[in-house]
Ligand binder design. Structure first.
Ligand code: BTN
Length: 322
């Protein structure tokens, strides 16, 4: 009910909707409409009520909730099933459970705080309460196992585009899975998969995205302060997390569908547009092997290419860049 009421108010944007219209549309009494309006107000929504004109939503609270995330969300599948929890160990674990229970493609598990957030290479990921977004999206792509790493790059393009469009900040992708603003990390991506090796087929993948939104510089642990940033630190403004998440869902659906319909080659150019260190000298660490060269982009499969001083091109499948 709360979600439906928010949906109606959101659709009206700058107009007014009368109590009668809402009660007809939602099939409840006007008294029930009034009661739910009061509940929304208690949660921090500012709803203006003008006699003979009706209701208008003037401001939303800075909260993450299923109703806030889904109100006006214009995707087909991504985020249309969303489970929100204020505090979890890791959204990745909940997403795996949801998959086992048969949840549809595009389901999102969202949390405001994680106590055991996981990053790549077994590193911890900090997701503090009220200021960050942690989301894991369950997808069921029809691809082979060797194509699976491309999803990290597809997600990075979506996250970079969504953050750039929302904030106008200079967003960059640092291969393979980090989103940077002004040389500091604002977002990280972790993809995990389940596959059927005998038939070389992916059954499902879970895309985990952690976003630093409204943290102040002092909120970051000391060892991260020089390396991490948030949208607040970069812009001096607080951002409504539900809007940022909606923008992420929309961009993710667009780039995921492009990938499925046209292949990774259609994403390559946009990835390179956002790439930090493009055509710059870098060091790639792959286990105990180090490759030094100029980054010349990614190939049609999404594998990073470095050209060394002898002109030899090295393909980098995994690891970290310096
Ligand atoms: C990294 O930079 O190493 C990746 C960080 C990924 C963090 C996200 S937050 C949502 C999801 N849940 C987790 O436990 N990890 C991912």
């Amino acid at each position: 009910m709360k979600h439906d009421l928010l949906q109606v108010l959101t659709e009206m944007k700058d107009g007014y909707v009368s109590g009668q219209q809402i009660s007809d549309r939602l099939g409840v009494s006007r008294t029930a409409v009034w009661k739910h309006m009061e509940d929304l107000r208690k949660e921090g929504y500012v709803i203006e009520a003008i006699p003979r004109k009706g209701y208008q939503l003037k401001a939303r609270p800075e909260t993450l909730s299923e109703a806030e995330i889904k109100a006006g969300l214009s995707t087909n599948k991504i985020g249309q099933t969303t489970f929100y929890k204020s505090k979890v160990t890791s959204t990745q674990t909940l997403a795996k459970e949801a998959y086992r229970e048969g949840t549809p493609h595009g389901t999102a598990i969202v949390a405001s705080e994680q106590t055991g957030g996981r990053g790549r290479m077994e590193r911890p990921w900090q997701s503090p309460e009220q200021t960050s977004i942690s989301v894991s999206i369950v997808v069921k792509p029809d691809i082979s196992i060797r194509e699976a790493p491309q999803l990290t790059l597809v997600t990075a393009v979506a996250a970079a585009e969504a953050l750039e469009q929302m904030t106008q900040l200079p967003v960059q992708i640092k291969w393979p899975n980090d989103i940077y603003i002004n040389n500091r990390k604002v977002s990280g991506i972790l993809t995990e998969m389940q596959a059927e090796a005998e038939v070389d087929k992916i059954q499902m993948m879970i895309v985990g995205i952690g976003l630093n939104i409204n943290q102040k510089q002092a909120h970051f642990p000391e060892d991260l302060r020089e390396k991490a940033t948030s949208l607040y630190v970069e812009s001096g403004k607080e951002w409504p997390r539900a809007y940022i998440l909606q923008a992420l869902f929309i961009a993710f659906e667009k780039w995921y569908d492009t990938w499925m319909e046209h292949g990774f080659d259609h994403i390559r150019e946009t990835w390179e547009k956002y790439a930090a260190l493009y055509e710059r000298p870098v060091k790639a660490m792959q286990g105990n092997k180090t490759v030094v060269g100029h980054m010349i982009g990614i190939n049609r499969e999404g594998v990073l290419q470095l050209k060394d001083q002898h002109g030899e091109v090295h393909l980098i499948y995994s690891g970290d860049l310096e």
